[in-house]
Design a protein around this ligand. Structure first.
Ligand SMILES: C[S@@+](CC[C@H](N)C(=O)[O-])C[C@H]1O[C@@H](n2cnc3c(N)ncnc32)[C@H](O)[C@@H]1O
Length: 455
């Protein structure tokens, strides 16, 4: 017989919050039934209203705090951003760092792997850090608006200060928004698949201050394109590049396949760890430049290079980690799935006069087999995969190479732990404590560096 949930929609309860989930929601139990509530913290007592009931758990909405946590930030004036781009904004920064360390520790403990996780390396000023914005555009009250989508929805909340982005990026978005309004460019309507402009992307070099504007359109043509690009470049002197990406699809994919340069160069430049990087619109580039330098320095240190080793940098993007390692390696081999990123990586090697790095476009899991058949013998493999982690075929090939070390830069602790277990099957053990680095303050995202050695 189907068990009935002990709560019903629209009921109110006074509850104790006992935990904070990896998604940043407070957890309360009512007769052993889990209820997840946004904007609540462990140790708090709250009056909540049940808003959704599933078979095994439900969701509640905070009505009133009866007792507040000492870790709650009371004086945040932009509470609305918490519902979209800064979901941990109500938690003190020190507690955010602890939360991230605990998340990884708990996952390793659950897997009974006996691994220690170190305190998270944080930022001195944990806001206004993002060097890139991808801003949805929508018509609201007859007007083109820019803002953020409220969590788990496509409700656009208009906003000008995004709190976690470089303030110069925020200013650029407002300028571009006003120019698009002036020339009556219609915002994309996802229901009818009509309108022109879907998203505005802005990237700004942390050191170079060069700005790239990306206009993502549903249509091949952007009306009044010459007037628009002229006005953007005149209003924003830091703009070195205006790109149009055409996304004809009616799905949620952010970018389409075709990108056109409308103004200036098709790249901007920035620096990391004293190296120059060329960055194109569609290439991955870490969003928190201050923390990225700490992260990459750590990855280089953990690779333990003395100039005699061959290194594979899988999932290499525009070659940032590869080139940082090349200074201390015999040879670095990078592989990446995005063709434009590999083109950037090759230019980046030249720009930095680095001759001991080779880059190839492809799936990391496929390229590993090709390198094997070519007789490559890596001493160290560095991996920095997307959130889904390593393909199991990648792990099989990596183990066949039998490198001394694998340095794993992870943006998702769940897949890190899964992959650590698979690597353990091949005799790779985590040889030192896992080091989290906070790349994404005010959010629940967690980055870390882990070293595996062959026993
Ligand atoms: C987290 S990013 C890391 C990039 C780079 N290491 C950096 O820090 O800038 C992951 C990269 O993996 C690439 N990627 C995703 N799936 C891949 C695959 N199967 N094979 C190779 N690269 C892949 C993405 O395009 C992205 O550039």
């Amino acid at each position: 017989m189907k068990n009935k949930a002990p709560v019903e929609k629209n009921e109110t309860y006074d509850v104790n919050i006992i935990d904070l989930t990896y998604q940043g929601m407070g957890l309360a139990k009512i007769n052993d039934f889990s209820i997840f509530i946004e904007n609540t913290l462990p140790g708090e007592e709250a009056t909540i209203k049940v808003i959704k009931v599933n078979k095994n758990f439900g969701f509640g909405k905070l009505i009133k705090l009866i007792k507040s946590s000492k870790y709650r930030v009371e004086s945040v004036d932009k509470d609305y951003t918490r519902t979209g781009i800064a979901p941990l904004q109500h938690l003190k920064y020190d507690a955010q760092l602890q939360f991230k360390q605990n998340q990884i520790q708990q996952l390793f403990d659950k897997a009974k792997m006996g691994i220690k996780v170190l305190p998270t390396i944080g930022m001195e000023t944990p806001n206004h850090y993002r060097n890139k914005a991808q801003i949805p555009v929508k018509k609201i009250n007859g007007q083109l608006e820019t803002g953020f989508y409220r969590q788990h929805s496509h409700d656009l909340v208009p906003i000008e200060d995004f709190y976690i982005q470089d303030p110069e990026i925020d200013k650029a978005i407002v300028v571009v928004r006003d120019i698009l309004r002036k020339y009556h460019v219609s915002p994309y309507d996802e229901v009818n698949h009509s309108g022109v402009i879907r998203n505005i992307m802005v990237r700004r070099g942390h050191y170079s201050h060069q700005i790239m504007i990306g206009l993502i359109t549903r249509t091949k043509k952007l009306p009044m394109v010459d007037m628009i690009t002229k006005e953007i470049s005149q209003s924003l002197p830091e703009v070195k590049s205006i790109m149009q990406n055409i996304n004809l699809t009616d799905g949620n994919a952010l970018m389409g396949k075709k990108t056109i340069c409308l103004y200036g160069s098709s790249h901007i430049e920035d620096n990391l760890l004293g190296l120059k990087f060329y960055i194109s619109l569609t290439s991955f580039y870490q969003v928190n430049p201050i923390q990225t330098e700490k992260l990459y320095s750590l990855a280089v240190e953990k690779a333990n290079l003395d100039g005699t080793q061959n290194v594979i940098d899988a999932y290499c993007g525009i070659g940032t980690i590869s080139l940082a390692m090349a200074k201390k390696a015999k040879m670095v081999y990078g592989v990446e799935i995005v063709k434009e990123a590999i083109e950037d990586a090759k230019i980046n090697a030249q720009k930095n006069h680095i001759n001991n790095a080779k880059f190839v476009t492809g799936k990391a899991e496929d390229q590993m087999e090709k390198w094997q058949s070519q007789g490559l013998k890596p001493d160290v493999i560095v991996v920095d995969p997307p959130r889904k982690g390593l393909a199991s075929s990648f792990i099989d090939s990596a183990a066949k190479f039998a490198p001394k070390r694998i340095v794993y830069v992870s943006c998702n602790p769940s897949t890190l732990v899964r992959d650590a277990r698979r690597l353990a099957d091949y005799g790779y053990e985590i040889s030192e404590p896992v080091q989290p680095v906070d790349q994404f303050p005010q959010t629940v995202h967690i980055e870390s560096v882990t070293v595996f050695e062959k026993k």
